[in-house]
Design a protein around this ligand. Structure first.
Ligand SMILES: Nc1ncnc2c1ncn2[C@@H]1O[C@H](COP(=O)(O)OP(=O)(O)OP(=O)(O)O)[C@@H](O)[C@H]1O
Ligand SMILES: [Mg+2]
Length: 503
């Protein structure tokens, strides 16, 4: 596995700042006919680097060369025209359009009169899908497919442009083991056909098996580029998280952390929880008033924990008890009745009703109580709304405006507020700060802390290790569906957790 050929792409001394902070600082990266992986923890600058190559964002400094000539793309479309394709980290499709419409976009097969030939277009789409052995109906709506299928359709789409450079930004996070294997086979095949591949992932096992070369980024800086066969896992982990002596202790002090385990008592206990191919014999407990972090890289099974506890995922084995009594949540409604609350990862899909006002979204889950008496008591309704807007420090403090006009962070606070207005005993938050602007992240965490003072116990599920470390009383680290460690933030740094999660 040697990359002796000429570079196809060179990114030379690339720098990019966001809000005065370097997302990339003088990073040089070259790509040949190889599989070149980029690794680094959350926020290391991986996506920023490839987004710059794609023309999605412009660098502040540095040059880009394609086959030896300087280039600069104003948009991903321009990169695409130069046969550089990317599968984006966040799904970038149109859920209300068909697979064919999503995949072909401006490239439909047309009839002599210029009208779209749908039959031929679907057939062409089918051909593209078959290259990845995908058995997906081209006529189905994109939004109806599983996340994994959507990701694979996007992969087919990237390939359909016949790229010379293919960039995959965490392409396997939503895939099952079998689907991952198919993807790896395809990636290796694509490389053998002369395509240069950039592969971004947190999964070090797949990095080690797939990569000809590996580049490590940390806090916007390149640590090294090395041949895959020169690397062992321990040295890779160390490059990603830094040597213990290099870690900045002061930045990770967890200020409010408390020792709650011994005296408050258990609220929730989970024993031998398993879910086929996703979770294996997971056991843990949650103390009253505790903030428990459940951390792991995407695809480690952490989200499944929340879905099981809230009755969304029911095919598990194992035992759960709530305050000493057996607990089985057959539906989310059951879960709510028993005092659980849940804020899903994708609040746009499940958390908020975009067409409704802020006030209506706040009272959504208390409507029953408010309207129970048979008539609408507006005074109580308003009392609830204003009380909650105060608790969550909502900006602007106006219940009449549309929820969709709020910033991401304020929307998230409203989603959480729905559970404050109920008698929630255990609140489960899945990636509570995803898509939330930096300024609001701290507010969300202080809201979480306030909740525990009211007796709520909180489970924070997140792949943002540094953040969870700053708020949790205890962190459980997941790796491939198993708990691989328990970290006390007071006596550790967040990199300790991350190192366990990727090993
Ligand atoms: N559009 C943006 N505006 C402001 N800051 C940004 C923007 N995009 C990225 N950043 C910041 O730049 C840094 C690098 O982000 P980037 O998305 O490149 O990280 P990453 O290595 O891809 O992380 P992950 O593994 O979480 O995907 C982060 O601190 C991030 O918050
Ligand atoms: Mg990224």
């Amino acid at each position: 596995m040697e990359a002796v050929n000429e570079p196809v792409v060179v990114l030379q001394n690339i720098s990019k700042k966001f809000g005065g902070i370097f997302a990339l600082n003088q990073v040089t990266f070259d790509l040949r006919n190889e599989i070149h992986s980029i690794v680094g923890h959350n926020g290391a600058g991986k996506s920023t680097l490839v987004r710059i190559l794609m023309g999605a964002i412009q660098p502040d400094d540095g040059e880009i060369y394609l086959n030896g000539s300087p280039v600069s793309f104003d948009s991903p479309r321009e990169a695409q025209e130069n046969r550089i394709s990317m599968v984006w980290q966040e799904l970038s499709n149109f859920p209300n359009l068909t697979v064919t419409e999503n995949l072909l976009m401006q490239r439909f097969v047309t009839k002599a009169n210029g009208a779209i030939n749908w039959k031929a277009s679907h057939d062409l789409c089918k051909q593209f899908l078959q290259r990845l052995s995908l058995d997906i109906d081209p006529k189905s709506m994109m939004g109806k497919l599983s996340l994994a299928q959507q990701q694979l359709v996007e992969f087919s789409k990237a390939l359909s442009y016949d790229p010379v450079v293919l960039i995959l930004d965490e392409p396997t996070s939503a895939l099952s083991f079998r689907e991952q294997e198919i993807l790896y086979e395809k990636i290796i095949k694509i490389k053998s056909q002369g395509v240069a591949v950039v592969f971004i992932s947190h999964k070090l096992d797949e990095i080690m098996t797939l990569s000809d070369r590996v580049t490590v980024l940390r806090d916007g800086q390149k640590i090294f580029t090395k041949m895959g066969n020169e690397l062992d896992k321990d040295s890779l982990v160390e490059a990603i998280v830094g040597k213990p002596s290099e870690r900045k202790k002061e930045k990770i002090r967890n200020t409010g952390q408390r020792d709650v385990d011994s005296n408050t008592g258990l609220i929730l206990e989970v024993k031998n929880l398993s879910l086929e191919r996703r979770l294996e014999k997971v056991s843990f407990s949650l103390n009253k008033g505790e903030i428990l972090g459940i951390t792991g890289v995407s695809g480690s099974g952490i989200s499944d924990i929340g879905k099981i506890l809230f009755g969304i995922e029911q095919d598990y084995t194992g035992e759960i008890s709530l305050e000493g009594h057996p607990y089985e949540s057959l539906t989310p409604q059951d879960a709510v009745k028993q005092g659980l609350g849940y804020v899903p990862k994708d609040r746009k899909e499940e958390g908020i009703i975009p067409g409704m006002t802020v006030g209506d979204n706040i009272v959504l889950s208390t409507l029953k109580q408010i309207y129970m008496t048979g008539f609408v008591n507006n005074r109580i309704r308003d009392e609830v709304i204003y009380r909650i807007m105060d608790i969550i420090d909502l900006k602007p403090r106006n219940p009449e405006i549309a929820i969709s006009s709020l910033s991401g962070g304020n929307q998230q606070k409203v989603v959480m507020a729905r559970w404050i207005s109920k008698k929630t005993r255990v609140l489960i938050l899945d990636e509570p700060t995803r898509g939330v602007d930096v300024g609001a992240i701290g507010k969300i965490y202080s809201l979480i802390r306030d909740l525990t003072h009211q007796g709520v116990s909180v489970i924070v599920i997140s792949s943002e290790f540094e953040e969870v470390h700053s708020v949790a009383d205890r962190m459980l680290v997941f790796n491939k569906g198993k708990i691989v460690g328990e970290i006390k933030p007071a006596s550790s740094v967040w990199e300790d957790a991350f190192a366990l999660a990727i090993k």
